[in-house]
Every structure is written in structure tokens, then in C-alpha cells.
Design a protein around this ligand. Structure first.
Ligand code: HEM
Length: 207
């Protein structure tokens, strides 16, 4: 007797995650590339970013891009954070994060043996990476506010050692975020079946 194969679709990424994820990618690309142009106008360190990787053409143009995209980044980020807390997704998908499990997964990833068979569950390395990305973005926005309004927000700037300190914090958080995003995109390329899930939200589970 032939057993009919039943294919079920399971939603693993709700619509709000997918919309906020891709809007965030757009905002982050604009913020980083225009930010590099702003940095080049007054570099903190002894190097500049290649012009071809920057957005805005000149300082004034880059500032306009940076200030336009910051509203998208902040508003979209607030929707993501509020929904993540209210829906319980952060607790379910990004928790717990134990150093032992993260180290074991990172070692497995370096050996090319990191398991991500069940796309509904993030492994420990993913949890740590996403949680760090979210924290880096929060620090980026707070230090950005301190650099933007160092007089009105002097308590906030003071926490980072004033205007100059906030610039260093802003740069460090940007660097951390860019490094993790590069690893994130490489991991997606290595496990390409994760990409459609962030578009349709669903995985097929045959039974
Ligand atoms: C072209 C660039 C990007 C691609 C192709 C991409 C792709 C993906 C995919 C496929 C997932 C789901 C992974 C899985 O189900 O195993 C994911 C999750 C995630 N990505 Fe990205 N991503 C990109 C850029 C970014 C950027 C720039 C950020 C933040 C700065 C980011 C933050 C996240 C976070 C936080 C999650 C987890 C979301 C959640 O489950 O709530 N991604 N990404």
C-alpha cells in the first residue's frame, strides 16, 4: 500500500521579522557607507575608507544620507525590539546563550562541521552572533545620538567619555557590527537554504 507523503509548511520567521530584517539591511548599508564618507572628512585613525565604498560624494551629501537612514534604522529597530520582547521570540530563539556551547559551535564552524539541520532552531553561535549584533546596533544608535547632540545629551555623551569618547565607541560598535555581518553573510552563503526562509518565512517539513 502506498503511503501518501504529507508535506507541511511551518512558519519559522513571522512577517514582522522578515520586514524589519530587510529594512534593517537597507538602513545599515546606507548608514555604514555614508558613515565611512563622514569619517574620511575627519579621520579618527591614520587610515581612510576607499571612496568607492562610500556613499554621498562629499561630507554634506553623506550627512544627508546618514541622517535620513538613521530614522529608518531607529524606528525599524524599535519595532523589532518591541515585537521581539512582546512575542517572546528573543527568549525562545536567542536564549539561552552559554559560553561553552558558543565556543563548541565556533570550533565546529571553523572545522566546517557546524550543524544547522533544523532551521527552526538557531545554534549557539548564531544566538551569540544575533544577540551581539542587536547590542552593537543599540550601542551604535546611542553613541550616534551622543555624537549628534553632545550638548543636549551631555549625560549620555559623558557615559562614553564625552564627544571624542562617543566617536570612538561609535567607530568600535560599527567595526564589531561589520565584522559579524560579514561572517553572517558568509554563513548564509554556506547554508543557502536559510535564505528563502528569511523571504517566505516558511520551511517544508515532510512526514
Ligand atoms: C545581505 C545581507 C544579509 C543576508 C543575506 C541575511 C540573511 C539572513 C538569514 C537567511 C537569516 C536567517 C538565518 C536562519 O534562519 O538560520 C538572518 C537572520 C538574522 N539576520 Fe541577517 N542577513 C543579512 C544582513 C544582516 C544585517 C546587516 C543584520 C544586522 C546588522 C542582520 C541581522 C540578522 C539577525 C539579528 C537575524 C536573526 C533575526 C531573528 O531571528 O529575529 N542581517 N539573516
Amino acid at each position: 500500500m502506498e503511503v501518501a507523503q504529507q508535506v507541511r509548511w511551518v512558519r519559522i520567521h513571522p512577517l514582522w521579522v522578515r520586514i524589519t530584517h530587510w529594512l534593517n539591511v537597507l538602513a545599515v548599508v546606507i548608514m555604514v557607507t555614508s558613515g565611512w564618507r563622514i569619517y574620511n572628512a575627519s579621520p579618527l585613525f591614520s587610515f581612510e575608507f576607499p571612496s568607492s565604498l562610500t556613499l554621498g560624494g562629499w561630507l554634506g551629501g553623506a550627512l544627508q544620507w546618514h541622517f535620513a537612514a538613521m530614522w529608518l534604522l531607529a524606528a525599524n529597530g524599535l519595532v523589532y525590539l518591541a515585537s521581539g520582547v512582546a512575542s517572546g521570540r528573543f527568549r525562545q530563539k536567542l536564549w539561552p546563550i552559554t559560553p561553552g556551547a558558543v565556543l563548541a559551535d565556533m570550533r565546529a564552524a571553523l572545522k566546517g562541521r557546524l550543524a544547522h539541520d533544523d532551521l527552526a532552531v538557531y545554534n549557539a553561535a548564531q544566538r551569540a552572533a544575533y544577540a551581539t549584533l542587536i547590542l552593537a546596533l543599540i550601542v551604535l544608535v546611542l553613541s550616534g545620538l551622543a555624537v549628534w547632540k553632545p550638548v543636549q545629551l551631555q549625560e549620555l555623551a559623558g557615559l562614553m567619555g564625552g564627544y571624542e569618547g562617543a566617536r570612538v565607541v561609535h567607530f568600535a560598535a560599527m567595526t564589531l557590527m561589520v565584522v559579524i555581518v560579514i561572517v553572517h553573510v558568509v554563513m548564509v552563503a554556506l547554508v543557502p537554504r536559510t535564505l528563502p526562509t528569511m523571504i517566505t518565512g516558511r520551511i517544508r517539513s515532510g512526514s
